[in-house]
Design a protein around this ligand. Structure first.
Ligand code: NDP
Length: 324
C-alpha cells in the first residue's frame, strides 16, 4: 500500500505521521495520480496548527506533480500516463498516490520537470492571480512585495519585473536580500530593522506604491497601509507572522481612499476556465525563462516535519519540494 502523511490532531510538526493509506480506484470524474514531487507551502502550516481548521484525521498538502495512473468514468481530455500537476484542495498532496477530481489537473508541459511543476503550481498560480487579476500590474508601477525572497515572493518579484514594474521587496536577512536582488528586485528593505513606510516614501519621492502584496500579515499590515499612494491597494493574502487583528475601515479613508482585499487562490481558480487561463500564463512565463522557479530546499516526504520546522524558522528561500 502507498504511504501518506496524516494528522490525527493539530499541533507542532511532530503531529505529522507517515502511514499506509488505501487509495482505491478513481470514482467517476476522478483521476488517480502517482506523485513524483510534492510542493511545500506556508498554508500547510496553517492546516497543521489548526489556524485553518480541517476535519480530523486528515491528510495535508495542496500541490504536487506526477503521472495519471487510472481514470474514473466520464473524464475527458486526460489519458493514463499523462504528466500532470495541480494546486488546491482538498488536502492530501503529502502522499505517494492519491485520487483527485480530474478537472483540477493541468497537463504539465514536457519542458517543465515534475520537480519544477510541484514547486511552482501553488506559489506561481498565486503570483499569477495577484499580479494579473487582483491588481493588474502595469509597466511603470512601483509595487511592494513582502517576504520577497520566499516562495510566492521570488516568483512575484520576477513576474512584476517582466511586466515593467519597479519592485521594492522586504526580507529579514542580508542573504535573503541578495537572493531577491539576484532575481531583479530593485530595492530591498530589512523589515526587522528599518521603518518600511518611511523607506518606501523615500524611494517613491513621497508618493507611495500602487499596490502592496502582503503575505506576512500581523507584523506588516500597518506599515503596508502607510506605504500606499492615494487610492492604492493593499492585497493581504497571508499570515506568516500571524493573522491581522480586527481593523476599522475608516482608516482606509483617512490614509488616502485605499482599497483592501483579502483574496485566496481557491476563489480565483474555482472555475475550470480561470484555472486553465492562469495556468497557461504561468507555464508561459516559466517556459520562456522570464520567471525562474528556484527549488532551494528538497526533503524526503517522510521527513516533512524537518521541512515545516525550517520554514517556520524562516530558513527557506524560494520554493521547496518533498520527494515521495
Ligand atoms: P514563504 O516561502 O514566503 O515563507 C514565508 C516567509 O514569510 C518567510 O520566509 C519569512 O521571510 C516571512 N516571515 C515574516 N514573518 C515571519 C514569521 N513570524 N514566521 C515565519 N515567516 C515569516 O511562504 P509561501 O511562499 O508558501 O507563502 C507566502 C505567504 O503567502 C504565506 O502567508 C501564505 O500563506 C500566503 N499564500 C496565500 C495564498 C492565497 O491565495 N491567499 C496562496 C499562497 C500563499 P523573511 O525571513 O524574509 O521575513
Amino acid at each position: 500500500m502507498p504511504f501518506a502523511i496524516r494528522i490525527h490532531r493539530t499541533g507542532g510538526p511532530e503531529t505529522m505521521c507517515w502511514e499506509e493509506l488505501a487509495v482505491g480506484d478513481p470514482a467517476p470524474g476522478e483521476a488517480r495520480i502517482r506523485h513524483h514531487a510534492v510542493g511545500l507551502n506556508y498554508i500547510d502550516i496553517y492546516h497543521r496548527t489548526g489556524l485553518y481548521p480541517l476535519p480530523l484525521p486528515s491528510g495535508l498538502g495542496l500541490e504536487a506533480a506526477g503521472v495519471v495512473e487510472a481514470l474514473g468514468a466520464g473524464v475527458d481530455g486526460l489519458r493514463v500516463g499523462d504528466r500532470v500537476a495541480y494546486a488546491g484542495g482538498p488536502v492530501g498532496a503529502y502522499s505517494q498516490v492519491r485520487r483527485i477530481a480530474a478537472d483540477r489537473l493541468l497537463k504539465l508541459p514536457e519542458a517543465i520537470a515534475f520537480e519544477t511543476g510541484a514547486a511552482m503550481m501553488l506559489q506561481g498560480l498565486t503570483a499569477a492571480y495577484l499580479l494579473r487579476r487582483t491588481y493588474r500590474v502595469q509597466a511603470g508601477d512601483t509595487v511592494l512585495i513582502h517576504a520577497v525572497a520566499g516562495g510566492v515572493g521570488l516568483i512575484a518579484c520576477q513576474w512584476a519585473k517582466a511586466l515593467g514594474a519597479t519592485v521594492i521587496g522586504t526580507a529579514s536577512t542580508v542573504a535573503k536580500a541578495d537572493v531577491a536582488r539576484a532575481h531583479g528586485c530593485d530595492h530591498v528593505i530589512d523589515y526587522g530593522r528599518d521603518n518600511v513606510a518611511e523607506r518606501v516614501r523615500a524611494l517613491t519621492g513621497g508618493e507611495g506604491v500602487a499596490v502592496v502584496y502582503d503575505g506576512v500579515g500581523k507584523d506588516t499590515f500597518a506599515g503596508s497601509l502607510d506605504s500606499l499612494r492615494t487610492c492604492g491597494m493593499l492585497v493581504s493574502f497571508g499570515n506568516a507572522s500571524g493573522p491581522v487583528p480586527p481593523f476599522d475601515p475608516l482608516l482606509l479613508s483617512q490614509k488616502g481612499s485605499l482599497f483592501l482585499t483579502r483574496p485566496t487562490l481557491m476563489h480565483y481558480t474555482a472555475k475550470r476556465a480561470d484555472l486553465a487561463a492562469l495556468g497557461a500564463d504561468l507555464f508561459a512565463v516559466v517556459a520562456s525563462g522570464l520567471v525562474k522557479v528556484e527549488i532551494n530546499q528538497t526533503y524526503a516526504l517522510s521527513e516533512v516535519a524537518a521541512a515545516h520546522r525550517d520554514l517556520e524558522a524562516r530558513k527557506h528561500t524560494g520554493s521547496t519540494i518533498l520527494l515521495p
